[in-house]
Write a protein that binds this ligand. Structure first.
Ligand code: 5GP
Ligand code: ZN
Length: 123
């Protein structure tokens, strides 16, 4: 999509801080982080919103979600200590869709936010 900023980021026409990439997916840091770690996980292919996905996108969506535990480990925000009742770490995963979902950029993305509280922009 010609005017889509995340397509331009995926094509490297616009700069971003890339933390993971393969043929189908790119992960980069949000330019206005709402938490100490704030990553955006996008498909390289332009899909406007989660509402536009179908069963045919199941493996792509699954691959994006399945990346999250590894990304969380890389960022040091993984959940630990559940066994010892001293749980720590953790993150939130958010997908905004459409105007009522407060989606600003119409290229599907998963927000991965985590790190020590308090966070700036999210509750
Ligand atoms: P949405 O509101 O659509 O769910 O989230 C869009 C996110 O993209 C926002 O958190 C915003 O800070 C981020 N964002 C918007 N433009 C850019 C950009 O050019 N580069 C990066 N890295 N993030 C962006
Ligand atoms: Zn796009």
């Amino acid at each position: 999509m010609a005017d889509c900023i995340f397509c331009k980021i995926a094509n490297k026409e616009l700069p971003s801080t890339v933390v993971y990439e393969n043929e189908r997916i790119m992960v980069f840091r949000d330019i206005h982080p709402a938490a100490p770690t704030h990553l955006l996980i996008i498909p390289k292919r332009h899909i406007p919103t989660l509402s536009h996905c179908t069963g045919g996108d199941a493996s792509l969506l699954g691959e994006m979600m399945a990346l999250i535990p590894e990304l969380a480990k890389q960022e040091g925000i993984q959940v630990e200590g559940l066994e010892s009742s001293a749980a720590k770490g953790g993150f939130r995963v958010v997908v905004n869709a459409g105007p009522d979902g407060h989606q600003d950029v119409y290229h599907l993305h998963i927000h991965l936010m985590g790190g020590p509280r308090p966070w700036k922009g999210a509750n």
